[in-house]
Each structure stands twice: as structure tokens, then as C-alpha cells.
Design a binder for this molecule. Structure first.
Ligand code: R5P
Length: 260
């Protein structure tokens, strides 16, 4: 691996723990003004100090994050679909590698839709993105998007993660499921988990705990942080679980004390 690629990855995955807390606020690229992200700058500002990186689109990066910020950026570079369109899976690459470099990103992110009508297109987009990233030393994070009809189980997610890794993704983002450790075992690159839809705070902390306990290198969490009644308490609690192996109970107590 070349120096630039390795340096960028180490900005995201912290070398002292080999783990990471990524804050995902890219939802608007297909959901529009997502609840909690109506004013992204306002949402991001108080929780940013507790994130190791920020995953977002270039539009929100330019408008809502100060250029003097030193937070590593994971830039969402796939899209072209919306929640009211015909298929969410029909994504394409939406940002050139040159613009990602101009924005000084630490990685780029793209979704793959395995098993959908657009499986081939999204997988070949991933390959093209990896080729472009390799040219300039920019790591690629592949998101294993799950269509409504797909089961979020070990067989399906294991298939998606392995294919993403085989095609050259440097980090894979997927969902937690039963027997998650088997997904990790069969995937040769680091895995982070998405939080998914908002659930009770304690359940979200359990999710983070179980994922890292079973081999994930961290989380790329959005709604369960910024839609919480105490986003700062949640990200602090998640951070303690991911980097310091705090128990769910202690992390939940931390969230509750922050809430007070
Ligand atoms: C979805 O494709 C987006 O990449 C989200 O950023 C991702 O799902 C993580 O956010 P959440 O924790 O809200 O699921």
C-alpha cells in the first residue's frame, strides 16, 4: 500500500486503537431534508469533536463544515436516485476523483446494491472508483446497501462484504446481524457498521458493542446519534464503547448523565 493511501486510512482508523467512530450525515443525498439534518451545520457542530471522521456529500461539506476544520472527510460519491424515484439501487458515481482530491478528502464512499437490478452497474462503479482511488492514494469505502426485499442476514451481508472486498474496497460498511463474526471472518478488509433507523438509545449502544465485540473496527453511525434526544451523550457513549471497550451499561449511564 502506498504512503498516501496508508496515511489517509490511518486518519480514519485511529492507529492507537485500530478502531473508528465515523459520523454519517450523508442521508440527504437520497432522502432530502432528513429529520435532524434540516440544518446540517447546526447538527454537526456540537458532536464533531467526538467523531474520528465525517461522512457526507460535497454539497453539505462545502456549505456546513468550516474549511479550517481538521476532521477527516469520507465523501459520499454515489447517488443519482431519490426516495420517490423508481429504484434507489440505480446509483452512479456523482463526484470526480479530482474534485474529491480538491476537497482534501481522506476517503470516498459508494453504495453497492448486490442482488438488485443494478447489481452489475453498482459493482462496476465500485471497481472504477477503486481504480481512480488507487491512482491518487484515496481509499474507498463500500456501503452494502440493502433493498427492501433483501434480508439483512449473515448470508446476504457476508456475500456483499466479500464482493466489495474482492473488488478492492479498502473499508466496508454494512449492517449488524446475527452471527456477525462470520461476516468479519470472511471479509479481508476492515468492517464498520451503520446504525440504521433510530432505535432506543440503549439498543443502539448494544448494537455498537456487539459489532465491535464480534470484530467490526467501529461504527459509521448517523440517525442513532443525531436523532437522539442527546446527540452529544450518544456519540460520547458510542466512542467509549468503540475505543475503550466500555460496557453497554456504563455507556448508557454516560449517555444518561450527559442528558441531565
Ligand atoms: C446510507 O446509505 C447512508 O450511507 C447512511 O449514512 C448510513 O446508512 C449510516 O447512517 P445510519 O446510521 O443512520 O444508518
Amino acid at each position: 500500500m502506498d504512503w498516501g493511501m496508508e496515511n489517509r486510512i490511518s486518519r480514519i482508523i485511529k492507529p492507537d486503537t485500530n478502531r473508528t467512530v465515523m459520523l454519517a450525515v450523508d442521508h440527504g443525498y437520497f432522502l432530502g431534508p432528513t429529520s435532524g439534518l434540516e440544518d446540517p451545520a447546526k447538527t454537526i457542530e456540537p458532536i464533531l469533536p467526538y467523531a474520528d471522521s465525517l461522512m457526507l456529500t460535497r454539497g453539505v461539506l462545502r456549505t456546513s463544515v468550516a474549511p479550517k476544520s481538521d476532521i477527516p472527510i469520507v465523501l459520499r460519491v454515489s447517488g443519482g436516485t431519490s426516495i420517490v424515484g423508481k429504484s434507489l439501487a440505480n446509483e452512479n458515481i456523482t463526484v470526480s476523483m479530482e474534485d474529491a482530491i480538491k476537497l482534501n478528502v481522506s476517503a470516498v464512499a459508494l453504495s453497492i446494491f448486490v442482488g438488485s437490478d443494478y447489481e452489475k452497474e453498482t459493482l462496476t462503479s465500485l471497481s472504477r472508483l477503486v481504480d481512480a482511488g488507487e491512482k491518487y492514494g484515496i481509499p474507498v469505502l463500500a456501503v452494502t446497501a440493502v433493498g427492501k426485499e433483501m434480508a439483512r442476514d449473515v448470508r446476504y451481508l457476508g456475500l456483499c462484504c466479500r464482493i466489495a472486498a474482492e473488488l478492492g474496497a479498502h473499508i466496508v460498511k454494512t449492517y449488524y446481524c446475527d452471527n456477525f463474526n462470520r461476516i468479519v471472518k470472511n471479509c479481508p478488509v476492515p468492517i464498520v457498521i451503520a446504525g440504521g433507523k433510530k432505535i432506543e438509545e440503549k439498543k443502539a449502544l448494544e448494537l455498537a458493542y456487539n459489532a465491535v465485540n464480534e470484530g467490526a473496527i467501529g461504527v459509521d453511525m448517523g440517525r442513532n446519534i443525531f436523532q437522539s434526544d442527546c446527540p452529544q451523550g450518544m456519540i460520547k457513549a458510542v466512542r467509549e464503547i468503540v475505543h475503550n471497550k466500555l460496557s453497554v451499561k456504563a455507556a448508557f449511564d454516560l449517555y444518561k448523565s450527559e442528558k441531565k
